[in-house]
Design a protein around this ligand. Structure first.
Ligand code: HEM
Length: 160
């Protein structure tokens, strides 16, 4: 990545904004009739843990790997949950609502990278949720997401 291209983490506004995102999102989730029941035993730390996870995937500090068990631990949390496609879709929809509400950058470049990761990650979470509780997931490295085809955030056209 070119030295002057920010990470998705920095462009999103770092851990402060990602924590605002997940706090707003899980408040919506808790009230939602489709996906809310899945999270009825969620701990009060859950939004902060998910913010740390996404932050690390987006090029931020390795907090989830160093303090919360890393990628394997995240996969473990989804095992045996039997998530439905309807629940996955609602999860995404509420997350996108929360992104608008907290004012995550809305340039096409950032939002396409954000949406691509969320689509990918949520489909993996649903796949993993069909694995039985006794499955021991592989110790895979934390995914690292980047800007994809656009290569960086929106830059206004140069004035002629
Ligand atoms: C990009 C997509 C996703 C990411 C990055 C993600 C991330 C995480 C993380 C990091 C945890 C563990 C939190 C902790 O350590 O305390 C977790 C737990 C969990 N996730 Fe996800 N998740 C994703 C998608 C989903 C979807 C689509 C659903 C449901 C529709 C879901 C349902 C859950 C549930 C039920 C738990 C356990 C909650 C509890 O402890 O009671 N996740 N997720």
């Amino acid at each position: 990545m070119a030295a002057d291209v920010p990470t998705l983490y920095d462009w999103a506004g770092g851990s402060e904004n990602l924590n605002r995102l997940t706090a707003t999102f899980y408040a919506k989730v808790a009230k939602d009739p489709v996906v809310g029941p899945v999270f009825k035993a969620m701990s009060s730390d859950h939004p902060a843990h998910v913010a740390a996870f996404i932050g690390e995937v987006f090029g931020g500090p390795k907090t989830y790997s160093e303090q919360h068990g890393g990628h394997r631990e995240m996969v473990m949390h989804h095992l045996d949950r039997h998530l439905t496609e309807e629940q996955r879709r609602r999860w995404i929809s509420l997350l996108m609502d929360a992104a608008d509400e907290v004012g995550l950058p809305d340039d096409p470049e950032f939002r396409s990278a954000f949406a691509a990761y969320i689509e990918w990650g949520s489909r993996l979470a649903r796949m993993n949720s069909t694995l039985g509780a006794t499955c021991d997931p592989e110790q895979e490295p934390m995914p690292q997401w980047g800007w994809g085809v656009p290569g960086g955030p929106y830059t206004p056209p140069a004035k002629s």
